[in-house]
Design a protein around this ligand. Structure first.
Ligand code: ZN
Length: 330
């Protein structure tokens, strides 16, 4: 059976599938979109459609050996370049190996596909190493770059790709989709908010216990914002949890507060009212905007660094309390 795809990807697929079936798809495609919208699934659907001898505009047939091997990641003409561990860089050596694979003759005689995911993890040397493959791919080769942050790719890479963005679904449709798949449908809104609107990420977060971590963090944030706890003691209650996620979640609460104060409508992944209500009492729109800027600067400083989680968590909550204690701060 054809891969029916994720319902919110129908538009993106239509564009890609039709071009591929007509034999006029660009040889390099960059799939963008926020985390959890299924960029990787779309990339694999496109890979199967390219390698399947019975493909139609709807995609690969889903039944032939080629389709099954793509699904299993074992197709000899399919290469995946991904970091050794999540979050690690993609080095030049890995790109050389990947490009070498793609340069070999197709074993099944139906072209080749290479996926780079996440593409923004390539080092500058690695990205430059990939340029040659992007410029002069072997005939019948399709290269698919997947990235939640296409803006971090070299402009020379981006400009050589057909760019397709996978949107997040509308909130109501996303919640219905999630409620059908969650063990506890009642947490759909919370899960979607934790994932900032990315349904697949929402499922993953709910499955790995991240919603409990988010509730602990929310309690700490409310306690600090309302002056009921100091940043250091509040931070101590959630030391087991991922500080990058905590920063991201606080940024999201603050952004939702600012948008609602300005009369904006909820977006996919907006925090449920029950989460925002206790924060709204302590944070007006000027405060939310100031905090939003400070948190964004803090996050910017974290790109490619390994922060001391404990200090960072205290710094975040200190910003929230409005008592910046860093040396030199006034
Ligand atoms: Zn097939």
């Amino acid at each position: 059976m054809n891969d029916p795809g994720l319902f919110w990807q129908a538009g993106a697929w239509q564009r890609l599938g039709a071009a591929l079936a007509a034999g006029r798809l660009h040889h390099a495609v960059l799939i963008g979109g926020q985390p959890g919208v299924g960029k990787g699934a779309l990339a694999r659907r496109l890979a199967a459609a390219h390698l399947c001898p019975r493909a139609t505009a709807a995609g690969g047939c889903g039944a032939c050996p080629a389709c099954r091997q793509v699904a299993a990641g074992s197709h000899p003409d399919f290469s995946l370049l991904e970091p050794e561990e999540p979050g690690k860089a993609l080095p030049i050596d890995a790109v050389r190996g990947f490009a070498g694979q793609l340069a070999l003759t197709s074993q099944y005689g139906h072209g080749k596909v290479g996926i780079v995911e996440p593409a923004e993890q390539m080092t500058v040397a690695a990205a430059n190493g990939l340029l040659k493959t992007l410029e002069e791919p072997a005939p019948g080769t399709l290269l698919i770059l997947v990235s939640a942050e296409p803006g971090r790719l070299l402009p020379t890479i981006r400009s050589r790709c057909l760019q397709v963005t996978v949107p997040a679904p509308e909130p109501e449709a996303a919640l219905a989709w999630l409620a059908e798949r969650l063990e506890e449908p009642a947490v759909a809104g919370e899960a979607l908010a934790a994932a900032r609107g990315g349904p697949l990420r929402a499922l993953a977060l709910a499955g790995e216990g991240a919603l409990e971590a988010r509730r602990r963090w929310h309690a700490a944030v409310v306690a600090v914002a309302s002056g009921q706890a100091d940043p250091v003691s509040a931070a101590a209650d959630c030391t087991r949890d991922d500080v990058r996620r905590q920063l991201e979640w606080l940024q999201q609460w603050v952004a939702d507060l600012a948008r609602m104060a300005a009369g904006g409508a909820p977006r996919p992944g907006s925090a449920p009212e029950a989460e925002l209500q206790p924060l709204r009492q302590t944070t007006n729109v000027e405060r939310a905007l100031a905090l939003s800027g400070a948190l964004a600067r803090l996050r910017q400083g974290l790109v490619d660094t390994n922060p001391n989680a404990e200090l960072l968590r205290e710094e975040i909550l200190t910003l929230l309390a409005g008592q910046d204690t860093r040396p030199g701060a006034s």
